[in-house]
Design a protein. Structure first.
Ligand code: FAD
Ligand code: DLZ
Ligand code: SF4
Length: 520
């Protein structure tokens, strides 16, 4: 075969510096991008997530074509659309007769398994390149992880700091003397706190066309399309990053864990959708963050916190995914079997914290970290919701969700379903934590101060119900085991009250229809 090199680029690989494009010549390369039904429906993604990906893919195509590349772009409604990556690749091979297919490995196990078949299926040579947009390769992570009983992000993060040199002093010590300034980063919100609004990008013609397509073809998917404002090009994503570094990074650290009713972004960067799509380079963002500290424009605790989220958590989560797959998908160490409550899809609950987080999720395809972890996640942990149902929900509802990042966060971080490989203890909390870190409780039908019975915050009895039912596993845990002394000091009636209240609440939960997450 003497044809060109065919370079398939997936929807979350929209980077001009992608390994499969580097070093290629434009007159000898055909880029292939495919909108396919399989990807849009393997779970019923939030409408905004499909708009984001299709619009960003179409804009990226226009950018490549302007720069002189040949792009074979397949739209969802094109006649003969084969519906899958493999089917579309077969059509493209037929049409272009390439001598080589060069592709960057997929981010998700599911797609990587399909890709692994391509070399046998097709007559031309197929090369699958590592995704070097991540700082830590899979081999490097495995090397770090293989002899450890439990994996802790903090130690991995220090390796990444040393590797990148970010926030390191010349003598090899961490900037400011500490690796981590988290203790300065747990401020509750101030009354009436409101952050500067992030740039909102109005849909252009390309995005408007995709919005129409999605409204029409994915009408039964979760989520609203009214407030679609995500960056869909590298320029827009850069503008969003500029605004974060100019206006919000200063307070990013201190208020990282704060929650305010109706304030959906607070001081968060809101950059995860752009980073995950490939529009922004994570290392460049960290370098910008470091510069803002060195120039005296942002405090160390905020900058270190931001850098830790990216070269620490994000890299660690991705390494963990590949290290623990495919078993992680089925992990259920706490044997949680309850169905996801219907209100996760409708938002109809009297619990003000959950209602606000679900509203933001529906309206923006986004909720910030502490909402995902300590409200939505904490509830699923305490109520014993089945990991499979929780995983599907998180994969559907967030515009930044891909399995490599969603699954470890859900299974291992919020549900402790891996039995503690990733987190040293379950992130379980009563209403007290939410009351301290938010203004939700003042707007709620329940009281965080009431422990049991009518009007008691459901997180309170659920917390003790959770601790009670997992005593065998958790009592010996150094970080959480001491809580059982408090439980044991309560009199029998009090303990029974907690358990009865929790059971009565759990009995009221109506399980959701599976049709929300998957087509029947
Ligand atoms: P910021 O608060 O500004 O943080 C900066 C960046 O750090 C983020 O953009 C992100 O790239 C990175 N980051 C921070 N925490 C994490 C983390 N735990 N894992 C990976 N990256 C992290 N993030 C996703 O990108 N996709 C997901 O599907 C996803 N699912 C999650 C599910 C649960 C249960 C939890 C607890 C967290 C999840 N996260 C996920 C991580 C985090 O909540 C989001 O990255 C963050 O809310 C995105 O908003 P932001 O860009 O404003 O983040
Ligand atoms: C999430 C998604 C969706 C909804 N649709 C497409 C698509 O039609 N074409 C495409 O190339 N990518 C899509 N994606 C992102 C892919 O699911 C993602 O690239 C793979 O799962 C690998 O992580
Ligand atoms: Fe949430 Fe409980 Fe506070 Fe209501 S009282 S907002 S349910 S923590």
């Amino acid at each position: 075969m003497s044809g060109p090199v065919l370079v398939p680029i997936l929807g979350d690989q929209l980077s001009r510096n992608l390994a499969s494009l580097r070093g290629r010549t434009k007159d000898d390369t055909v880029v292939l991008m495919m909108e396919v039904w399989d990807e849009a429906t393997y779970v019923k993604h939030h409408k905004q997530k499909i708009v984001l990906i299709f619009s960003a893919m179409r804009h990226f195509t226009a950018e490549l074509r302007d720069a002189g590349w040949t792009v074979d772009y397949v739209k969802l409604d094109d006649e003969g659309n084969a519906g899958s990556f493999t089917g579309e690749l077969a059509r493209a091979i037929e049409e272009h007769d390439p001598r080589l297919v060069s592709v960057v490995e997929a981010g998700e196990w599911r797609v990587r398994e399909d890709m692994a078949q391509w070399a046998d299926k097709f007559a031309c040579e197929v090369e699958i390149l590592p995704d070097d947009r991540f700082l830590c390769s899979q081999a490097e992570f495995e090397d770090w992880a293989k002899d450890r009983d439990s994996l802790r992000m903090e130690f991995f993060y220090r390796e990444m700091r040393r590797k990148t040199g970010l926030l390191m002093s010349e003598d090899g010590k961490p900037e400011g003397g500490e690796w981590n300034y988290d203790s300065e980063n747990r401020k509750p919100p101030k009354e009436g706190m409101s952050a500067p609004e992030r740039p909102k990008f109005e849909p252009d013609d390309i995005t408007s066309e995709v919005i129409e397509l999605v409204a029409d073809r994915f009408a039964d998917h979760f989520g609203s399309l009214e407030a679609f404002h995500w960056p869909v090009t590298r320029d827009e994503a850069e503008e969003a990053a500029d605004a974060f570094f100019a206006e919000r990074i200063e307070n990013f650290g201190p208020y990282q864990d704060a929650m305010v009713h109706g304030e959906d972004d607070l001081y968060h960067s809101m950059l995860s959708t752009s980073i995950n799509l490939g529009l922004l380079d994570p290392m460049e963002l960290c370098e910008r963050a470091e510069k803002s500290y060195r120039d005296g424009n942002a405090p160390l605790n905020s900058v270190e916190g931001f850098i830790r989220q990216i070269i620490g958590w994000r890299e660690y989560i991705r390494g963990f995914y590949w290290y623990r797959m495919p078993h992680l998908q089925k992990a259920n160490a706490l044997n949680a079997q309850r169905g996801l409550p219907e209100f996760y899809w409708t938002g109809e609950t009297d619990m003000a914290c959950l209602a606000d987080c679900i509203r933001s999720t529906r309206d923006n395809a986004h909720a910030h970290h502490i909402q995902r972890l300590m409200v939505l996640g904490n509830f699923c942990l305490l109520a014993g919701i089945s990991p499979r149902e929780v995983q599907e929900w998180y994969l559907v509802v967030y515009a930044d969700a891909y399995e490599w990042v969603e699954l470890p966060n859900v299974a291992a971080m919020i549900l402790y379903a891996d039995g503690g490989k990733l987190a040293s203890k379950p992130y379980a909390a009563s209403g007290n934590y939410i009351n301290k870190m938010s203004d939700y409780c003042g707007k709620c039908a329940y009281s965080p101060h009431k422990k049991t019975g009518n009007g008691a915050c459901p997180f309170n009895p659920l917390y003790w119900h959770f601790m009670h039912r997992h005593r065998d596993r958790l009592e010996s845990n150094r970080r959480i085991g001491r809580i059982y002394a408090t439980w044991d000091r309560m009199d029998d009636d009090k303990r029974q009250d907690y358990l009865d209240s929790a059971e009565a609440f759990l009995d009221t939960l109506k399980p959701a229809d599976s049709g929300w997450a998957r087509a029947d």
